[in-house]
Design a binder for this molecule. Structure first.
Ligand code: IPE
Ligand code: IPE
Ligand code: MG
Length: 236
């Protein structure tokens, strides 16, 4: 079975998971952290080398203040509790997004986690936080322009916030919504898209395997014909 090198996930549905249980939304986010921990391990076990997750979008600042501060508290808790065990499992952690709007404490936590896990090779976990696809393209273009270079596809590829990894092969969105919500707009040009009805806290190993099986059955053509890309040798 073809395993994707890079899987990206829009971890959606925490709020609904909580509401179904008459719990506050932040309880759903807390459960979302548990789901992420399990997912990182499952991806590593299956030989996936890069996992990029959407944890907080540039639009999520527009949520009620109570939820935003709950998410920031949860992030700080996760930075102090989750990083060390992940490090011990060989996870390289990278934070992707605009850091100018996060607190000094969070920024320091990001830097510490990145430094600690820098040379780990089992799997790379990119946590997109205060991330937006349009922000990413704009910041990449600004950096290319600031160097006086021409804005080409190659130049932007080198400056987007995920330049340290290849583009996602498989992009999963949980929570039953069929949209990208300003996630990796530039990078998902040729990703296989997979939408799951499962709410993120319920996205377990079986659900991951279902997504991976669907991916393995796709034919990625990259603009070519089916005959060109099929493994069956065709007489030239
Ligand atoms: C995704 O879950 C997590 C974040 C956006 C931080 P939601 O909070 O969007 O969950 P729903 O969509 O309301 O169920
Ligand atoms: C996308 O989910 C962002 C994250 C999962 C972090 P949202 O729940 O914010 O997406 P929309 O606004 O419903 O499209
Ligand atoms: Mg949502």
């Amino acid at each position: 079975m073809t395993i994707p090198h890079h899987v990206a996930i829009v971890m959606d549905g925490n709020g609904r998971w909580a509401r179904q249980r008459y719990l506050p939304r932040v309880a759903g986010h807390r459960q979302g952290v548990e789901a992420l921990r399990r997912c990182v391990r499952a991806c590593a076990d299956r030989g996936i080398k890069v996992l990029t997750v959407f944890a907080f979008s540039s639009e999520n600042w527009n949520r009620p203040q109570e939820e935003v501060s709950g998410l920031m508290d949860l992030l700080i808790t996760a930075l102090s509790g989750e990083v060390k065990p992940m490090h011990e499992s060989g996870v390289r952690i990278c934070f992707v997004g605009d850091r100018s709007r996060v607190s000094e404490k969070v920024r320091a936590g990001f830097a510490k986690a990145e430094q600690l896990t820098l040379t780990n090779q089992k799997i790379t976990l990119n946590v997109c936080f205060n991330y937006g696809g349009r922000w990413d393209i704009a910041q990449a273009a600004q950096r290319v322009a600031a160097r006086g270079q021409v804005i080409t596809e190659d130049a932007l590829n080198q400056e987007v916030a995920t330049a340290h990894v290849s583009d996602p092969d498989l992009l999963i969105r949980t929570g039953g919504e069929f949209r990208i919500s300003n996630f990796l707009l530039w990078q998902c040009a040729y990703s296989e898209l997979y939408f799951s009805e499962k709410l993120w806290p319920d996205f377990d190993e079986a659900a991951l395997d279902t997504a991976l099986l669907a991916f393995a059955q796709r034919e990625r053509r990259f603009g070519k014909t089916s005959e060109q890309v099929s493994n069956v040798a065709v007489a030239a």
